[in-house]
Write a protein that binds this ligand. Structure first.
Ligand SMILES: [Ca+2]
Ligand SMILES: [Ca+2]
Length: 207
């Protein structure tokens, strides 16, 4: 039995499994608290991700408006929470990595800006557009619960370059959870390690 090969395979397997179980990164808008809370901004960058808004391509004079992403806060003390929303109706908010690499979009928390019986002031269906690293696109619409408070929507989108959402009215959003797409190198390493493990186990059975 080749103990060294077995130990090496196990070690490789463990280390590459650890790199495959990509940690979840949450954009929770806490960075807004510093100095831009309740001020309209063009975009916010947190945890290596940028969230931006296109202001529904509205122009102010000849120039397009640029600062249409706002933040607000609820609760106090350790229950205080900061979240974001789009100022203009029908504006598109986009999430992308700062370095342009692909990512997985696990989930997002959404809440109606206003919770009224009529949908005159609120949009209860939010339309997502996803652009994938392989050049393909997809759309998904989620329905809000018409109640005060955030809902978590599981998206489970893999290998995205960016994700956008549009609402005919303002919509609150928070806790954009993402994870890394495993690098091809770590996938290859895992396959190699598994192969090594299988080989050494087969050999150990023969011994
Ligand atoms: Ca938050
Ligand atoms: Ca709600």
């Amino acid at each position: 039995m080749n103990f060294r090969l077995l130990a090496l395979s196990a070690l490789l397997g463990l280390s590459s499994a650890a790199s495959l179980a990509a940690p979840v990164t949450t954009v929770d808008f806490s960075d807004f608290s510093a100095n831009t809370l309740r001020k309209a901004v063009k975009s916010v960058t947190e945890e290596g991700f940028t969230v931006s808004n296109d202001c529904a391509n509205i122009k102010s004079g000849r120039k397009p408006l640029e600062t249409c992403l706002m933040s607000d806060a609820s609760g106090r003390g350790n229950k205080r929470n900061v979240f974001a929303y789009n100022v203009f109706n029908a504006s598109t908010t986009t999430l992308a990595r700062e370095d342009g690499h692909s990512f997985n979009f696990e989930s997002i928390d959404l809440d109606e800006y206003l919770n009224l019986p009529s949908s005159v002031f609120s949009d209860y269906s939010i339309d997502f557009s996803f652009s994938y690293a392989d050049g393909s696109h997809a759309k998904k619409t989620v329905q809000l619960d018409r109640r005060t408070g955030f809902q978590t929507f599981q998206l489970n989108e893999r290998n995205l370059l960016n994700a956008s959402w549009i609402s005919s009215k303002s919509v609150y959003f928070d806790n954009l959870k993402t994870s890394n797409v495993p690098e091809p190198a770590s996938l290859a390493l895992t396959l190699l390690a598994l192969g090594g493990l299988a080989y050494s186990r087969r050999n150990s059975k023969r011994a």
